[in-house]
Design a protein around this ligand. Structure first.
Ligand code: GLY
Length: 411
C-alpha cells in the first residue's frame, strides 16, 4: 500500500513538474519573442511621438497619427511589461522615451481616452520606477478626465462628436462601454492624493454604466447616448459592433475588465456580480470558438441582427477574429478568478486557454514578420472597414499584461 502510494505520488509529481514546466516554457518563449519583436519594432519606429499602432491595407506599418490618438500609450506599456519580464535595460530606456513623449496628454480634455493613454504608459512607468513626476502626470490626467463628468447624468462623456459614425443619429452625450477602462486612473488618483472626488466619479460612472449599458442577458451595448436635460438615456446603439442589438466582443471584454477593476477598488459586490455575469456571457457563449479567441462580434451573420453598414457576408470565408478582445478578457479573467472563490476556477481556466491559444503560431507572429507586432488577427473596427484581421498594438499590450498575470499566478 505504502509503495503504491509512493508510485502514485511520483506519477503525480512528475505530471505536476511537466505541467509547471509547460507554463514556464510558454512564458519564457512568449517574453523572449516579445523582447525580440519590440527590439525589431524600435528599429522601425524611431519617433516616440508617433508610436506604432497597426498595419495599413497596403501592408505597411501604421503609426499613431497623434499622441492624442487613444492608442498612443500602448507601445510604451508594451515596453514596460517586456522590460519587467526580461529586465532588459534597453527596453526600459525606450519605455521611458515613449512614455515621456506623451507628457502633454495630461492636459487633454477632448475625449475620455486619457485613461488608456496615460495609465498604460505612465501608470506602468510609475509602478516600476516610482518616479514622482510620473505620479504628477497621472494626477493631472485624472483631473482632465473629470472635466468630462456630468453630475446630472452621472457619467463621463466619451466623445465630443455630435453624430454617430454613419451620420444617422445625433449624439448629445455619448458614453461607450470602453469608458469603464478609464476608471482605474481615477481610483489611482484618489489613492495617491487622498482626494475622494476622483473615486466618487468613477463609482458613479460605473453604477450608471451597470444600469444602462447591460442587457438582461448580460451582454453589453456599445454606445449609450444621454439626454443632458433629463439625465435619462436617449438611445443605445453600436459604433464598432455588428448591429445595435449585437455584442461586440471587445466591448464585452472592456466591460469584464472595467467592472473587475471597480470591484477590486471598492469591494462593492454589485460590481463583482456584474463582472462575473459579463464574463459568464463571454466564456460560455455557444459561438465562442473552441480556442476561445472570439469572432469580432458574437452575433455576426445571425438572424435577428441587422447591420447598419454595407456588409457582404460572402466576402469572408471565416468570420474575422479579434485577438485584442481575447487578450483584454484573459487579463481581466485572471483577476476576476482571484475574487470569485470556487467560481474563479472557470475564469482561470478560460484565461489560461486564451493565453495558450494566443501563444501558438496561429496567433503569434514569426519573429521579424507582422510589422514586428506580436499578435496577428485583431479587428479594430469592422463597420468602418478599418484594421480588419490586422495586428493592433493594444492586442499586444493586453496579451503581455495577461502573460504577466499568468506568471504571477499560483498554479
Ligand atoms: N476604444 C476604442 C476601441 O476599443 O476600439
Amino acid at each position: 500500500m505504502g509503495r503504491q502510494l509512493t508510485i502514485r505520488n511520483l506519477v503525480l509529481l512528475t505530471a505536476l513538474f511537466f505541467m509547471g514546466n509547460t507554463k514556464a516554457q510558454l512564458l519564457e518563449k512568449a517574453f523572449s519573442n516579445a523582447q525580440q519583436q519590440d527590439k525589431n519594432m524600435l528599429l522601425v519606429a524611431k519617433n516616440p511621438a508617433t508610436p506604432p499602432r497597426t498595419t495599413n491595407p497596403d501592408g505597411a506599418i501604421s503609426f499613431c497619427p497623434s499622441i492624442y490618438d487613444w492608442t498612443s500609450g500602448f507601445f510604451a506599456g508594451n515596453l514596460w511589461y517586456t522590460y519587467e519580464a526580461t529586465k532588459d535595460e534597453t527596453l526600459k530606456n525606450e519605455a521611458i522615451k515613449y512614455t515621456e513623449a506623451l507628457d502633454s496628454v495630461q492636459y487633454y480634455t477632448r475625449n475620455h481616452d486619457v485613461g488608456f493613454m496615460l495609465y498604460c504608459s505612465y501608470g506602468n512607468g510609475y509602478r516600476l520606477t516610482h518616479n514622482e513626476k510620473y505620479k504628477d502626470v497621472l494626477i493631472q490626467g485624472a483631473k482632465s478626465l473629470c472635466t468630462r463628468f456630468n453630475p446630472k447624468i452621472g457619467v463621463i462623456k466619451s466623445w465630443n462628436q455630435s453624430r454617430s459614425w454613419d451620420g444617422k443619429t445625433r449624439f448629445y452625450f455619448p458614453v461607450i462601454i470602453d469608458n469603464m477602462m478609464n476608471l482605474e486612473l481615477l481610483f489611482f488618483a484618489s489613492k495617491v492624493t487622498g482626494d475622494t472626488s476622483y473615486r466618487h466619479i468613477a463609482i458613479t460612472h460605473a453604477l450608471n454604466t451597470m444600469k444602462n449599458h447591460i442587457r438582461p442577458d448580460y451582454s453589453t451595448y456599445h454606445v449609450v447616448d444621454y439626454d443632458t436635460v433629463t439625465g435619462n438615456f436617449l438611445h443605445r446603439e453600436t459604433n464598432q459592433g455588428y448591429a445595435n442589438n449585437s455584442t461586440w466582443s471587445r466591448g464585452q471584454a472592456w466591460g469584464i475588465y472595467g467592472f473587475t477593476v471597480t470591484y477590486r477598488e471598492t469591494g462593492d459586490k454589485r460590481f463583482l456580480e456584474t463582472a462575473q455575469h459579463l464574463a459568464d456571457f463571454f466564456i460560455n457563449h455557444p459561438r465562442l470558438p473552441k480556442d476561445k479567441i472570439p469572432n469580432w462580434d458574437f452575433d455576426v451573420n445571425q438572424l435577428g441582427f441587422q447591420t447598419q453598414f454595407k456588409y457582404d457576408s460572402t466576402k469572408y470565408k471565416e468570420i474575422p477574429r479579434d485577438v485584442s478582445a481575447a487578450a483584454v478578457a484573459a487579463s481581466a479573467l485572471f483577476d476576476l478568478s482571484k475574487f470569485s472563490g470556487k467560481k474563479g476556477l472557470a475564469y482561470k481556466k478560460a484565461a489560461i486557454q486564451i493565453v495558450e491559444s494566443l501563444a501558438t503560431n496561429n496567433y503569434t507572429a514569426e519573429l521579424g514578420t507582422n510589422n514586428n507586432f506580436i499578435l496577428k488577427h485583431a479587428t479594430g473596427s469592422f463597420p468602418h472597414n478599418s484594421e480588419i484581421d490586422k495586428p493592433l498594438v493594444y492586442a499586444d499590450y493586453y496579451y503581455l499584461e495577461a502573460l504577466m498575470k499568468y506568471k504571477q499566478f499560483k498554479k
